[in-house]
Ligand binder design. Structure first.
Ligand SMILES: Cc1ncc(COP(=O)(O)O)c(C=O)c1O
Length: 395
């Protein structure tokens, strides 16, 4: 990753098809588009690739999360259990729906601990968003079991994990609905884009309507279509979908390269006794976008992260100090800083996020570094990287 490393004629040709017709929009203009339906083609191919009944493309992964929550009927006052290690978009989408994010601890998979999910359930819990972080996967069967037992809706945020599988099944297809992102740094990128997938026709229909102002898409004239529900505009354009379609067709090749590159680095790191690797519930299904590893303690992890940066080993993330992906640094959430009044400020029982304590997640995140796995690395790049790594770690 990211997929833009291998943009080529395939992407250019798909975009050119769209420009040739001038129809940049997913709906309507049936005559003018001369048979070009890039969004539809991408949806069909992605659904097939993931072996799931329905797929709707949308504007972004964040849009996918908003659509997922709306289509599952999650809104004002509902509690949604989430991990503290995710991109802030997961949390923002819950807040935007008027719902309340409730944090549960992660484990060494860097994803939700199923037992912690259980412990976070209250009478107001409505759903769990399991996030498959860093190209790997959560223990999704156990999390699903908890949801089924407790009557909670399972939503998967698989925005970082296209191509990952758990026991042979694509992540994103275990719950009621799954979300994907095709933003700038994802394995399949189309600039900005996202998708929801679901086995449930009713959920799909609701998603499709919600993402397009409630249109039922059953007529031939958009102006005359029925609007069964209120919605919004979270549509993707044909141009973005055209790029994504070409990228999706390269997914198997990208996974093969990522897995091969990661394997070499895993072998190199395994020589160092101070390093232990992230627990991956099903290693065969890892999409291998990242290699995440633990150091013995926070101090050493911070030192190694600094050394990697100084040595020019690029693409290494020490999430504990970065304010994008881990709860510890989300000051804006802790202070409920929002452009407009948040719906949850109107609620009586809202967690005070500034006092939320996640000691186990802190211990895990304080020790972990994730190294991005690139597609375009040459043999020489890999050798240089391994030699620099060798100078940094203790035998
Ligand atoms: C876990 C996770 N969820 C949601 C998103 C949001 O996706 P997008 O940037 O396409 O809105 C991202 C993006 O990085 C992500 O990593």
């Amino acid at each position: 990753m990211p997929g833009f490393e291998i943009f080529g004629d395939e992407e250019r040709n798909e975009v050119q098809d769209v420009l040739n017709t001038g129809v940049l929009f997913r709906y309507g203009f049936d005559q003018a588009r001369k048979g070009q339906w890039k969004v539809r083609d991408f949806e069909e191919e992605l659904a097939k690739r993931l072996s799931v009944g329905h797929c709707l493309l949308c504007a972004s992964g964040t849009a996918a999360l908003a659509i997922a929550l709306a289509s599952c009927g999650i809104g004002a006052g509902d509690e949604v259990i989430v991990p503290p290690f995710t991109f802030i978009a997961t949390i923002e989408s819950i807040l935007s729906a008027g719902a309340v994010p409730v944090f549960a601890e992660i484990d060494e998979t860097l994803c939700l601990d199923p037992e912690a999910v259980k412990a976070a359930i209250t009478p107001r819990s409505k759903a769990v968003i399991a996030v498959h972080m860093c190209g790997s996967m959560a223990q999704i069967d156990l999390i699903k079991q908890v949801c089924d037992e407790k009557g909670l809706i399972l939503i998967e945020d698989a925005c970082q994990a296209l191509g990952a599988t758990y026991k042979g099944q694509a992540v994103g297809t275990f719950g009621k609905i799954g979300c994907f992102s095709f933003d700038s740094v994802k394995t399949v990128t189309c600039g900005e884009g996202g998708a929801v997938v679901t086995p449930d026709k009713v959920v799909y229909k609701c998603a499709e309507q919600y993402a397009d102002h409630g249109h039922n898409h059953e007529g031939t004239d958009r102006g005359l279509e029925e609007h069964p529900i209120l919605g919004t505009n979270l549509r993707i354009s044909e141009l973005n979908a055209a790029v994504g379609l070409a990228q999706l067709r390269k997914l198997d090749m990208m996974l093969k390269t990522q897995r091969a590159n990661k394997e070499v680095l895993v072998e190199a790191l395994s020589q160092f006794s101070e390093v232990s690797l992230q627990r991956i519930p099903d290693p065969a299904g890892d999409s291998a976008t990242f290699l995440s590893f633990f150091l013995p303690d926070e101090e050493r992890a911070r030192e190694v992260a600094g050394n990697l940066e100084n040595a020019g080993v690029d693409g290494c993330f020490y999430w504990y100090d970065n304010n994008w992906h881990y709860f510890r640094q989300w000051q804006h959430l802790k202070n409920l800083e929002s452009a407009a009044k948040l719906p949850l400020e109107l609620l009586e029982e809202v967690p005070d996020y500034s006092t939320v304590n996640l000691p186990r997640s802190d211990r895990i995140m304080g020790r972990v570094i994730s190294m991005q796995i690139k597609l375009a690395w040459t043999q020489k790049d890999m050798e240089t990287r391994i030699s620099k790594i060798g100078e940094i770690f203790k035998k």
